[in-house]
Design a protein around this ligand. Structure first.
Ligand code: FE2
Length: 242
């Protein structure tokens, strides 16, 4: 253990598994190239993560397919082995809930993680979904467990905690971004993240790492008082995926 680690022991991650990141190079708005990818992975490893489940976007803007993602993943694993970087990497995706997603769902062309077939999905930040309940039902009927990425970031849910309780009652699990607790996004998002934590509505935490700024803030989140509260008030499932 380096001196740096010794003095920063309390600043490291309390979970071994991260379930949300964009580490496969050049297929979305995450790591731009393999060097950046490696740099971000090393940084997460330094913080104490043992397993990274990386989740490239599948959306209009980033029209990835399972094949593109799996090929990128394979190439990344080869590179990690070549450089003798010892960290477990798995792959899934972050699905933007649109018509294309419904199509993939009906074909069961979905990348998931864990035995429960967790499916990470995101919504528009600004426009409320037309019929979230039927979408969630479709996900469940297809045999997957829905995990909503960063619920704290959807502006139309910000009026109170009731909308969140309602979404959870549909059987949706919540993954908050750790950077939300250190005010990376906005005061409003931080406020909502805090409420979700205090109400015990959080199931997973994620780094949502795209670039260096994210890992910089992530390190700060570990020493924030709310980080301890996450574990005190919620049953966090990350390490069931080890
Ligand atoms: Fe993401």
């Amino acid at each position: 253990m380096s001196l740096f680690h010794f003095f920063n022991k309390n600043r490291q991650t309390l979970v071994d598994v991260d379930i949300h990141s964009h580490l496969i190079p050049a297929i979305d708005d995450g790591a731009k190239n393999i060097e950046r990818s490696i740099e971000l992975i090393l940084s997460l490893k330094e913080m104490g993560y043992k397993k990274l489940i990386t989740t490239p976007h599948i959306s209009d803007m980033f029209p990835n397919t399972s094949t593109i993602i799996l090929e990128g993943y394979k190439a990344l694993k080869v590179e990690l082995a070549k450089r003798e970087i010892d960290i477990e990497i798995e792959v899934a995706a972050e699905y933007y809930a649109d018509d294309h997603f419904e199509e993939l769902l009906s074909k069961r062309d979905i990348l998931t993680f864990g035995k429960e077939k967790y499916l990470l999905f995101e919504l528009s930040y600004f426009t409320p979904p037309k019929d979230l309940e039927s979408l969630v039902n479709d996900i469940k009927l297809a045999g997957y467990t829905p995990v909503l990425a960063h619920p704290e970031r959807y502006l139309y849910f910000h009026d109170g905690i009731d909308d969140y309780i309602n979404v959870k009652s549909m059987g949706v699990l919540f993954q908050i971004n750790l950077n939300s607790i250190v005010n990376y996004y906005s005061d409003e998002v931080t406020k909502i993240a805090k409420q979700l934590i205090l109400y015990g509505l959080v199931d997973f935490i994620g780094s949502d790492t795209h670039h260096r700024r994210h890992t910089k803030f992530l390190k700060e989140s570990f020493s924030h008082a709310l980080y301890q509260k996450v574990f005190k008030n919620n049953t966090i499932l990350n390490d069931t995926l080890l």
